[in-house]
Design a protein around this ligand. Structure first.
Ligand code: MN3
Length: 202
C-alpha cells in the first residue's frame, strides 16, 4: 500500500486570515504530494520497506538501505511532518491550551506565554528551512530541526510543530516570519495536541 496524502480535514480557506487559501492549496496539494511521491519512489526500489509506516522508517533510519536513506529521511520526514501539521490545526482554533497539555506547559515553561516566546524565538532563528517543535523527552522541550528532519530521528515524539519553510508563509507574510509564527497559534487544535501528548507519554 503506497503512502498517501491525507485529505485536509477542513476547507482550504478555513484557516484564514492566519493562513491563506492559496498557501494551503500549494502546501497540501503540491508540496506534501511531492514528498509522498518521492517517498513512494524510494520504497519501490526496496519492496521490503513497503509494510513499514513512515514513522517506523524514520525511527529506524539506519536500517533503511543506504541508497534511499536520504530520500526516506527527507521525504518520509516531509510526509510525517505535514500529516501532523494539518491535524494539529483547525478553524477557530487557538486560545489557551486545555487539558493535560495545559498543566504540563505550566509545569515545564511557567506559562503558555513563556512557551510561545521560547518557541517563536527558536523558530524565527532557524536558519533557512526547517521546523519548530514541542517535543516530549520526559518533559516538554522546544527544539528546531533543519529541512524535513523529524524529531523521530532522535527518538523524540513531536507533540506540536510549525513549518518555517518559506512555502508555508511567504505568499501572505513575505519575509515577516515572526508575524507568521505569532499568528499561527490562532490555528492550534488543542484537542489534537492533547491526543498526541497522551500518545507521547506511552
Ligand atoms: Mn511545508
Amino acid at each position: 500500500m503506497a503512502h498517501e496524502v491525507p485529505p485536509l480535514p477542513y476547507d482550504y480557506k478555513a484557516l484564514e486570515p492566519h493562513i491563506d487559501e492559496q498557501t494551503m492549496h500549494l502546501h497540501h496539494d503540491k508540496h506534501h504530494q511531492a514528498y509522498v511521491n518521492n517517498l513512494n519512489g524510494a520504497i519501490e526500489k526496496h519492496p521490503e520497506l513497503a509494510s513499514k509506516s513512515a514513522e517506523d522508517l524514520l525511527r529506524n533510519l539506519n536500517s533503511v538501505p543506504e541508497d534511499v536513506r536520504t530520500a526516506v529521511r527527507n521525504n518520509g520526514g516531509g510526509h510525517v511532518n505535514h500529516s501532523m501539521f494539518w491535524a494539529i490545526m483547525k478553524p477557530g482554533g487557538g486560545g489557551e491550551p486545555t487539558g493535560a497539555i495545559a498543566e504540563q506547559i505550566k509545569k515545564d515553561f511557567g506559562s503558555f506565554d513563556d512557551l510561545k516566546k521560547q518557541f517563536n524565538d527558536a523558530a524565527a532563528k532557524q536558519f533557512g528551512s526547517g521546523w519548530g517543535w514541542l517535543i516530549w523527552d520526559g518533559k516538554l522541550k522546544v527544539i528546531t530541526t533543519a529541512n524535513q528532519d523529524s524529531p523521530l530521528l532522535q527518538g523524540h515524539f513531536p507533540i506540536l510543530g510549525n513549518d518555517v519553510w518559506e512555502h508555508a508563509y511567504y505568499l501572505k507574510y513575505q519575509n515577516r516570519r515572526p508575524e507568521y509564527l505569532a499568528a499561527w497559534w490562532n490555528t492550534v487544535n488543542w484537542d489534537e495536541v492533547n491526543k498526541r501528548f497522551a500518545q507521547a507519554k506511552k
